[in-house]
Design a protein around this ligand. Structure first.
Ligand code: ZN
Length: 323
């Protein structure tokens, strides 16, 4: 029996314009830009990471912003909604904030909760859900949003699937069990109370497969406590699906596999984390590239587009830094 998976580690999606992506997640949702790096498989393009002040596992939304990327298409074998937790009592703040930022939002009701639903500039579906916080609410320092309203990491994801049995079987191997169902929507969660633990499946037998592109989720990553736990999962899952070797992603170590419905899953380690190559005060400010790309830094810097960061620090006044 492997060490349990407690919830999501990060979610990675595709965007088009890097600046517009950065403006939305820092300026509208108030997340911190915790890492500015490049796509290790395509080092001429960015990889952006947003999260809480330190990029805690379970708070991290990452993007490959490909300028000019064509929009993807929602379909089966895809994550069709990414939900964040917000503190109880903060829904009205978010209704007003999104309206003030001219982000149209609708309200859906699932499993007893209001989901405030809207789209990012590339059309990616985002939801905010009030949740009683079992851990102390974090007061973000690098965000203009008051602690009582600030996003507290992930709530969960919704997968669209044409059938459920094989995906459910894999989730059960991963320690996720069906906890609720409502019509064609099924909820899975592991034991425990950690952030980002809900995986919902929306079952639509006639759904057509999705198409990757701007506004779609590339993969979702679950948490392994450490490298040993990850290797146990690699062995366990390898009996059922094809799993990649461990890959060094600098800030965590990763294995990947497709769930039977087609969505790409990852298991990522909590270690070593985002403070490995930058101090907390200046996370996200410098372009970070792995050592093996350093010889190409000049070419990489020439290829990625310049961006303007919106630095916000509650200890000082907001400052803009061109990078
Ligand atoms: Zn990943």
């Amino acid at each position: 029996m492997s060490s349990p998976i407690v919830g999501l580690h990060h979610i990675t999606a595709i965007a088009s314009d890097p600046q517009r992506n950065l403006d939305f997640y820092t300026g509208v949702l108030g997340l911190r830009f915790v890492k500015r790096t490049v796509n290790f498989d395509d080092p001429g393009t960015y990889h952006f990471y947003f999260g809480d002040d330190t990029g805690t596992p379970g708070t991290i939304l990452t993007f490959f912003p490909w300028p000019g990327a064509t929009p993807g298409r929602r379909g089966s074998g895809e994550t069709i909604a990414t939900a964040f937790s917000i503190p109880l009592g903060s829904l009205q703040y978010w209704r007003e904030r999104l309206a003030a930022k001219e982000v149209p939002a609708t309200e859906e009701f699932h499993f007893g909760n209001v989901h405030l639903a809207f789209h990012d500039p590339d059309g990616m579906a985002i939801e905010l859900v009030e949740q009683l916080m079992t851990q102390a609410t974090q007061a973000p320092r690098y965000s203009d949003i008051p602690a009582a309203n600030a996003i507290q990491g992930f709530y969960g994801v919704t997968l669209l699937e044409r059938s459920i049995q094989r995906t459910q079987a894999l989730l059960e191997i991963m320690g996720f069990h069906k906890t609720a169902e409502e019509g064609n929507r099924f909820r899975f969660a592991p034991a425990g109370e950690t952030r980002g633990r809900f995986v919902d499946i929306l079952l639509e037998k006639d759904a057509t497969p999705g198409h990757m592109g701007a506004g779609t989720v590339h993969h979702i990553a679950f948490r392994a406590a450490d490298d040993a736990a990850q290797l146990e999962w690699r062995e366990e899952l390898g009996r059922h699906v094809g799993v990649t070797p461990v890959q060094d992603r600098t800030y965590f170590h990763s294995i990947y596999f497709h769930e039977p419905g087609g969505a790409l899953f990852e298991i990522a380690t909590d270690n070593p984390g985002f403070l490995i190559d930058e101090p907390i005060e200046s996370l996200g400010e410098a372009l970070k590239i792995p050592d093996w790309f350093e010889v190409h830094r000049t070419q990489i810097e020439a290829r990625v587009s310049p961006i303007t960061l919106h630095k916000f620090n509650k200890d000082s006044v907001e400052a803009e830094v061109s990078a």
